[in-house]
Design a protein around this ligand. Sequence first.
Ligand code: ADP
Ligand code: ZN
Length: 829
Amino acid sequence: MEQSSLFSADAPPPALIRGPFASVALERSFDRVLDYAIPASMKPALRVGQRVRVPLGKGNRPRHGYVVAISDTSPLTQRKPSAIKRVLGIDDERVLLTPSLLELSRWMSRYYCAALGTVLESVIPSAVKKKIGLAYTPVVRLAISPADAQELIEKTRPQKRRAILARLMQLEPGQGIGLHRLAAEAGAKPPTVRKLVRAGILTLTPEPDFDALTPPPPAVEAAIAIPELNADQSRAIEQLLPRIDAGGFSSNLLLGVTGSGKTEVYLRCIDRIVQQGRQAIVLVPEIALTPQTVRRFTARFARVAVLHSGLGASQRHRFWQQIWTGAADVVVGARSAVFAPVPRLGMIVVDEEHEASYKQDTAPRYNARDVAIKRAQLEGVTVLLGSATPSLESYWRAGGPNALSAIRQDAPGTQRLPGSQAHAMTGESVPHHATTPPGEPPPVPTPAKAPPILLSLPNRVRGLAMPAVELVDMKIQAKMRRGIHLLSARFEHLLQIALQQNQQAIVLLNRRGYSNFVYCASCAEAIKCKYCDATMTYHRTAGLGGVGGRTARGVHTGQLHCHYCLAVNSLPEKCPACGKTLSLFGLGTQRVEEEIAAKFPDLKFVRVDGDTMRNSRDYEDVLCRFANREIQVMLGTQMIAKGLDFPNVTLVGVISGDTALSLPDFRASERTFQLITQVAGRAGRGDAPGRVVLQTFMPHDPTIQAALRQDYAGFARAELSQRREVGLPPFARMARVIYRDQELDKVHSLGEKLATMLSQNVTAENGAVMLKGPMPCAITRIAGYHRGQIVLSSPSAAALQRVLAATRKEGGFAESGRVAVDVDPVSLL
Ligand code: ADP
Ligand code: ZN
């Protein structure tokens, strides 16, 4: 929470302690900013945005934090001057937080109800904070006054000592010089300098040498030919470039079908940015899963910083330094790359903007796509979101044409035209730089608000056809064939043909493990995790299930895994409750693997899921072998649905299109549609046409039907009008307050307490905010904690924000270990 509101301009000057004061946001979820006096010696060096050490609490334990403001007065001086403590030291001379990142962080702290210190922990990478990989050089300074030094030079005989002192006299007061450089420039040797140090005339301290932090050498990439733009791409770029050149905030959604060449549009825009001497940030969902996309950037631009999860701490720091000094033109990275401290931001691209992985599931629970929009707004630049299946929020905001016409038909009175669309985050028309402190000029003059525009690439590049999707009703399959078949006869047939023609295939099943239920028919119960209210998934033991692995039917060796708390148990031989035989129900990737191996004994295929892919190198390796056609089929979870571009893939099988449809989450349909469309989009990217077999037990479900037609607009229209009817996002903003405790009665009382606080603040909004709960979460217990929730929603983001802010101010969310606030949640489990 901010203290600035406590200032009063005409306060009398503090009597005891003189300013200026540093306001410090402490690390580790401490939801207050504290003021500290700045010792005189530190005044010239201390800057807003630096990391400092300050004392905290009765014991004055040193803690770290960031200077977020420096002001002449502090409310503390009037209340209790004796309580004012001093900054202990500057931890890092670099201004780690640029003013715009600080402003963005303040906004995140307010919007996502997170302590500013917690937000800053996400903004500044820990490798930077800990100065990992930094070389230290010994730095020499005068320990005596310049006058004394002058006197000493006159009295000293040895020539070298005089030269050393004379060189130091040339420096600015307080400035130092590297030991070796000093010795060399004075024609002396380091031991001579050290003698003067021992005599107390000079000081010698190891100091970090930031210049030595150079980025790791870029990987040498084979050049990728630059394609000539097609008409659709040209049109999109013609609309984007003027916006980029004009400067100022603009938000753009590029809706391009799979294989329509969206990346080329990003690249051309970034080209312009780089020519202008500015920097671009490109966000990709999970960088390990999109090596091909990343390579297109590194092949096209010379100075690219790639931030991925496989980086060591020291590499991460080196890239950060490269970015911070402006030596990187393009930053490509996952979620946290949105905080890349580029000095002259020109553009932010969010590829696959609909991806749930942009949302961080620990505090601060931010969505990098929305933070990107806010950052672009604060810094007055262009943001470009891209997807074949945009989130309905983005599509609605950009005035997706069908979405709008549908709403017009439904309720002419409530239409909202694109130009008057609500701002991404606040839901209200927010002027740019709304948060510029009074008295300061806005950082960049921005032209009148550019409405979000929807650019579309309706066709695949090179005139390639969209894949032909066909539906297989698995209920009919089950009646017609004996035994259990996860692969339909139709898919088996098409796979045979594809293999005969030396083509490749991708098979999707969005569930790891072998069987997601271990069920006792006599108790009518599935085995549940001891710590969670969730059934355990059976995973076969590694080695048995691999390619060609054989186990006698009915012999199950393996373990039960909880996908929520990661607990592992051995599979009991009999039902622990009644001693009867257990059966395995439901399916996972391991089971499909078993069936493929049995039906296609000579097939070269791999299973790609969180169990087989331990790190990004495993995955890169598989992709490489797939590209070389050493592997014919990849079977996996949604890992293989994203962004892959393999021209020889002609067949895609979706084993169970409805897997996610029944999840208790209002976005279940949206996710299902997105996943099917994305994986289908892997087929037919080369000259041979693509085919997709969509297997389902729910052939008539409207989502499955829309996926079958590959009809994003139709899906969006239907889904939006349903959401509108029941007041779900994007027609309402939502926030979840999730609370937990190991004891059930304590969860109940915590829920009641929170509900009381929230209800009072909800009442103040006169019906604009709806409160549901307290009620149990869909998964009532995870890792031994009982979980409850209160869900707030409102058509007005501002009203919702007021309720949250008021409750936060009353301390409702202070117990960060037990209470979590999730604004704009993407998961409701
Ligand atoms: P998307 O991201 O829309 O699925 P990509 O950007 O991956 O599509 O492009 C698919 C492929 O088409 C890539 O190999 C890309 O190099 C190529 N490509 C892009 N634009 C063109 C074009 N205008 N002509 C020919 N090929 C293109
Ligand atoms: Zn568990």
